[in-house]
Design a protein around this ligand. Structure first.
Ligand SMILES: [Mg+2]
Length: 268
């Protein structure tokens, strides 16, 4: 009898392990399916001459804005504030790797990439920051990279020839992705004339709210202020827009996220 119980026990264990394996496999399949959706976006970011000109254009616009503001009269301690990822440094090789491996963003893999310090400067940005420095305008970086990678980030900026690659000018994430407090800290010492980023929240946390028409109505309402202060770069690979598709909940099962992506699509 004891022996039969033992065999039952083993059978149940085997069945449980098989179920777990299937669940894991399904998760991987859904993850790989969402990862595939990165394809067009990464390819566009890496290969299109259109992307190249978009960045050049955005940074030229940033320079024009800066010139206009400087021409309005003396400003004390002027500064420009730039985000880092997909604004100053190109992390699309990390996205390419995710695509190849059928994986989604994870803090471990992201940390591994950023610690390498191998991201390249994006088009137009260096010319703009050098121009700002020449005009006596301070260059400040506010990024949601973890403060744990401050060292490699500063080294990466230095290697790519950026000015102010120094902890006094680089504000990374300590607790929250909300940049409001970091912007306020910078504003205590500087007059920020121009902001540049690939996310609207690089300008104001107000734009985390995407409830009305994916946040477009809010942009429409505040467009004059945005156009006068913020320079927007294109990032089709990830961002606040994707969070909005998932109703700001990245922790949902990948199968649900995949459905939400489909639901958000407009087709005829
Ligand atoms: Mg960014």
């Amino acid at each position: 009898m004891k022996r039969i119980n033992y065999i039952y026990f083993l059978l149940i264990l085997t069945a449980l392990a098989a179920c777990q394996q299937t669940a894991k496999q399904e998760k991987t399949d859904y993850e790989a399916e969402i990862a595939k959706e990165l394809g067009g976006a990464v390819l566009w970011y890496q290969t299109s001459a259109e992307m190249h000109l978009s960045y050049l254009q955005a940074y030229r616009y940033a320079q024009l804005l800066l010139d206009e503001k400087l021409s309005q009269g003396e400003v004390e301690n002027p500064a420009v504030v730039l985000d880092i990822d997909e604004t100053v440094l190109d992390n699309s090789p990390y996205q390419g790797r995710l695509l190849e491996e059928g994986k989604l963003y994870a803090s471990e893999s992201w940390m591994d990439w950023t610690k390498r310090g191998k991201a390249k400067a994006l088009p137009g940005v260096k010319k703009f920051v050098v121009y700002a420095k020449e005009k006596g305008v301070e260059v400040i970086y506010i990024s949601n990279r973890s403060v744990k990678v401050l060292g490699p980030t500063i080294q990466n900026l230095k290697d790519e020839g950026f000015p102010n690659a120094d902890s006094a000018y680089v504000f990374l994430k300590e607790e929250t992705s909300d940049k409001t407090n970091r912007r306020a800290t910078v504003s205590d010492d500087y007059n920020i004339l121009v902001f540049v980023g690939d996310n609207l929240t690089d300008y104001s946390q107000l734009y985390a709210d995407r409830d009305e028409d994916w946040g477009k109505q809010l942009v429409e309402k505040n467009k004059e202020e945005l156009l006068n202060n913020f320079v927007m770069l294109p990032n089709p690979m990830y961002g606040e827009w994707e969070g909005a598709v998932y109703r700001h909940d990245y922790k949902q099962p990948d199968s649900v996220k995949l459905e939400m992506r489909k639901e958000a699509l407009n087709s005829y």
